[in-house]
Design a protein around this ligand. Structure first.
Ligand code: SF4
Ligand code: SF4
Ligand code: SF4
Length: 291
């Protein structure tokens, strides 16, 4: 089998002018250690490059001479920040800080992004394929504008107890999904985005939360015609998220073609039938309905 030269792989981008290339790194969730950061500085100095921060939470070394690529790639791999992906393949997986740091988080987005990176990063696909994870519907990494977006969600519910009609939860809900009728709260499921903001607001603890869940969308995109992805399914565990993504990746790999973006192909690919098949193939105890 032909050994693919480094410059033909994803992650190596020809710069305008043709003399230099840019090298994109693989940094899942945009997190690196201080030692890795020092290593990147050392490598950038050694190869006389500048460093660019990208929108997909990775770094690029710019103005690299193609003749240095092999040595540069070896140094990057030894640093734990190897050459990334950019072409028709699964590219750097992004994630918000999640339960690691953010008080609004409902899921561990960073662990999930790392698991997805290990399983799927760099897989060749007919189309460029981006995956992003946000731990709540504030969607700090705009995950629903990716080929696959995973959002942490939670459903609030009212438990028996005395609602004083104080209106604190109403103030907390930015979606106007809670109203007070006859001194009692009424929740509007249509308006609720499952952000969980109301849950800790009640001084009498009568709004509780169902377990957090993973809301999965497919076919979003940024660019000149942005589009929010379509909801596929909401599931209970990161293991089932991985299973769903495996099914989506296989389906896209088999069915999609290479001259247009995935979101433009969904209708022709009969996404609705695939979605029904996918949901039917999952353990029904892992599916959360009503999202
Ligand atoms: S998406 Fe939510 S959990 Fe993630 S950083 Fe933004 S506010 Fe925090
Ligand atoms: S979960 Fe969020 S959107 Fe839903 S009722 Fe509570 S605050 Fe409002
Ligand atoms: S915060 Fe609690 S007591 Fe006040 S209106 Fe909401 S549910 Fe009722």
């Amino acid at each position: 089998m032909r050994k693919i030269p480094l410059y033909e792989k994803g992650g190596i981008i020809n710069e305008s002018g043709g003399e230099y290339c840019t090298v994109r790194l693989r940094i899942p969730a945009g997190l690196i250690t201080v030692d890795q950061m020092e290593g990147i500085v050392r490598i950038a100095r050694k190869f006389n490059t500048e460093v660019h921060l990208t929108t997909r939470q990775t770094l690029e070394l710019v103005h690299v001479l193609p003749a240095s690529l092999d040595l540069l790639a070896e140094d990057l791999a030894a640093n734990g920040t190897p050459v990334g992906a950019e072409k028709a393949e699964i590219v750097n997986i992004t994630a918000c800080p999640g339960t690691n740091r953010c008080r609004f988080a409902m899921i561990d987005s960073i662990s999930l992004a790392r698991t997805l990176d290990e399983k799927f990063f760099g897989k060749e696909m007919p189309v460029k394929f981006r995956i992003a994870v946000s731990s709540c519907p504030n969607s700090c990494v705009s995950e629903r504008l990716n080929e696959i977006g995973i959002t942490g969600v939670v459903r609030p519910y009212r438990v028996p107890g005395t609602c004083t009609g104080c209106g604190t939860c109403v103030q907390y809900c930015r979606e106007k999904a809670i109203a007070i009728k006859n001194g009692q709260i009424k929740m509007d499921e249509e308006r609720c985005v499952h952000c969980g903001m109301c849950i800790h607001s009640c001084p009498f603890h009568i709004i509780k939360a169902e377990p957090p869940a993973y809301h999965i969308t497919i076919g979003g995109r940024r660019g000149r015609h942005p589009r929010v992805g379509y909801h596929v399914v909401t599931v209970k565990s990161p293991e089932t998220v991985v299973k769903v993504i495996e099914m989506v990746v296989q389906w896209v790999y088999r069915k999609a073609w290479s001259d247009s973006l995935l979101p433009d192909q969904l209708e022709t690919l009969d996404f609705e039938s695939f979605k029904n098949e996918l949901v039917a193939g999952l353990d029904e105890n892992e599916i959360v309905t009503g999202y």
